[in-house]
Write a protein that binds this ligand. Structure first.
Ligand SMILES: [Cu+2]
Length: 300
């Protein structure tokens, strides 16, 4: 799968993977793994963010876990990044637990010029402009976890947080992190009198071929989501993609492997009049922050 040119994008994609305990769905047999799973990972460094302990790696296929692709990985031992630079060919261990994933022992094995790949022509056309703060969230026709038609007007009058996932995403630091964070926000706000009953969480799947209303219902149940203030949405693929694109979500599918979806993460705060307040990128937010944003957007 070709990598996008922009280094700042927080992109990943994954192939079928059944070993993770966080995968609740799809008829996969999951056994809870008490030990982290370790995979050898080899690739070329495209970017280093030593300050946050992150490396952007164009990696080879990890048999049984992930296709070859370009994505950012956390490196907990930041000293491993001290001498690393774009172009370095490296070898390390990808450690995956139920809720986390990181690279250990990042060893340099060589160097090669970084070849910038052109943007993927088959990716979503940039036909949609990014919503700006204050803009009204579009009334795209979507479908909720009960199979009912849904548009954003359904949450008018409430402050809303919106994020995008797909339920088969196996890497715990991507979509499953969004799910865990939303659950934490839901629990935090439900216990605050000023916010209880006045907020709505909205999770949209960009994998509608697999994430049917029924799958989303089971996913919600597996998360312990309270559906009275958390809605899970799917819809026509074009609808979902055009809606997501307006929040800066980019989705690239592998035509040969429907499970491998490269995507970034975006989470939006929307005020009770249905206007955008802000959009977070990647995992640059905490449940505490988002809960505060939602409270701040409520009329006093
Ligand atoms: Cu994901």
């Amino acid at each position: 799968m070709p990598a996008k040119g922009s280094i700042s994008r927080f992109v990943h994609g994954l192939a079928a993977h059944v070993a993770l305990a966080t995968l609740p769905l799809g008829g996969m047999s999951c056994s809870r793994a008490p030990e982290p799973t370790r995979y050898e990972i080899r690739g070329q460094i495209l970017g280093v963010r030593a300050d946050v302990g992150e490396v952007r790696l164009k990696h080879e296929a990890i048999p049984g876990y992930m296709d070859a692709m370009t994505m950012s990985f956390s490196v907990k031992e930041r000293r491993l990044l001290a001498d690393r630079a774009p172009g370095d060919l490296v070898r390390g261990t990808l450690v995956v637990t139920e809720t986390d994933a990181w690279i250990e022992g990042l060893e340099k094995t060589g160097f090669a010029e970084v070849v910038e790949e052109p943007d993927d022509e088959s990716g979503p056309a940039p036909a949609f402009t990014l919503l700006e703060a204050g803009a009204e969230v579009p009334g795209t026709a979507l479908v909720d976890q009960q199979g009912r038609p849904w548009t954003f007007s359904a949450v008018r009058g409430k402050v809303a947080a919106l994020t995008f996932i797909y339920t088969r995403c196996p890497l715990p630091t991507y979509c499953p992190l969004m799910d865990r964070n939303f659950r934490a926000v839901q629990r935090a706000l439900a216990s605050r009198p000023a916010a209880a009953g006045r907020f709505q969480l909205v999770t949209v799947s960009f994998d509608p071929a697999f994430d049917t209303p029924e799958v989303l219902r089971r996913h919600a149940a597996s998360l312990g989501a309270d559906l009275s203030s958390w809605t899970f949405l799917t819809g026509e693929r074009e609808s979902v993609e055009s809606f997501a694109a307006q929040f800066g979500v980019s989705v690239m599918r592998d035509p040969t492997d429907p499970v491998a979806i490269e995507h970034n993460l975006r989470t939006a705060v929307i005020d009770p009049s249905g206007r955008l307040v802000k959009i977070y990128s990647g995992s640059d937010w905490t449940p505490g922050q988002l809960a505060r944003d939602l409270e701040d957007a409520l009329p006093r």
